[in-house]
Write a protein that binds this ligand. Structure first.
Ligand code: SF4
Ligand code: FES
Length: 239
């Protein structure tokens, strides 16, 4: 590889290309690094911190950190699995995520991560936030109770759809996803086919009338954990 950069993940040497991030190079070598705000084809945001790895002993987000020759990266360690499990636990109680009643159930990356990390019940008390639902669009709705503020819809709308329908307003606990029309989503140029809608990793942005389409037992993560499509040669169990 002309521009090859060799480094190690969990003791295994892998080779990536100059300009790749740790997450991208790892993925190319069949190593799954958990992620939520990262999505192939979008600029990285470094927002969720789920992809945190240790690089030469220092915590860094794998989706934004470029690879460097000779770097020693820890990914699948007990400590990092614990951090990630805690983050997922916090995301669950910070919003209202009741998987069994959610139209996205079975096709949700947050739920897939909970399965993978063996999370079956909340570890922290629920915060029960009250957030505005926007069902003004004939074909799409926003349930902000399930929004994890990953920003994938924001970036996908801008970078892939060329629309800029979504953005963030507010700060801290009041931060929420907003749309570029006073009257709500129904007054925007958003369409159900937009990449922004498909980019949502949870049930926050939903296409109407297609919920619960796949029966339990046949859903995406019912038999193979999230990330197993990346891992080689076979899916490993975490959690
Ligand atoms: S609506 Fe979905 S894609 Fe957009 S920020 Fe919230 S969770 Fe992420
Ligand atoms: S996937 Fe890297 S910070 Fe979210």
């Amino acid at each position: 590889m002309a521009d090859g950069i060799k480094f190690r993940i969990d003791g295994v040497e892998i080779e990536g290309r100059r300009g790749q991030t740790i997450l991208e190079a790892a993925e190319g070598a069949g190593v799954y690094i958990p992620r939520l705000c990262w999505m192939k084809g979008l600029s990285p945001a470094g927002a969720c911190r789920l992809c945190t790895v240790k690089v030469n002993g220092r915590p860094m987000s794998a989706c934004t950190q470029p690879i460097a020759p000779g770097a020693v990266v820890d990914n699948d360690t007990e400590e990092l699995r614990g951090w990630r499990r805690d983050l997922i636990d916090m995301i669950f109680v910070e919003g209202n995520h009741f998987c069994m009643f959610c139209e996205k159930s079975g096709n949700c990356e947050l739920q897939g991560l909970a399965y993978r990390f063996g999370i079956t019940a909340p570890k922290y008390p629920y915060l029960f936030p009250q957030r505005e639902l926007d069902a003004s669009h004939p074909d799409i709705l926003i349930d902000r109770d399930r929004c994890i503020l990953c920003g994938r819809c924001v970036r996908a709308s801008r970078e892939l759809d060329g629309k800029d329908v979504f953005g963030f307003v507010g700060r801290g606990r009041d931060k929420r996803v907003a749309v570029n029309a006073e009257a709500g989503l129904g007054d925007t140029s958003a369409l159900a086919e937009d990449r922004a809608v498909k980019a949502c990793p949870t049930g926050a942005l939903l296409v109407k009338r297609v919920g619960y389409a796949v029966p339990i037992g046949k859903r995406t993560y019912d038999h193979r954990p999230i990330g197993s499509d990346i891992e080689q040669p076979a899916a490993s169990e975490e959690g």
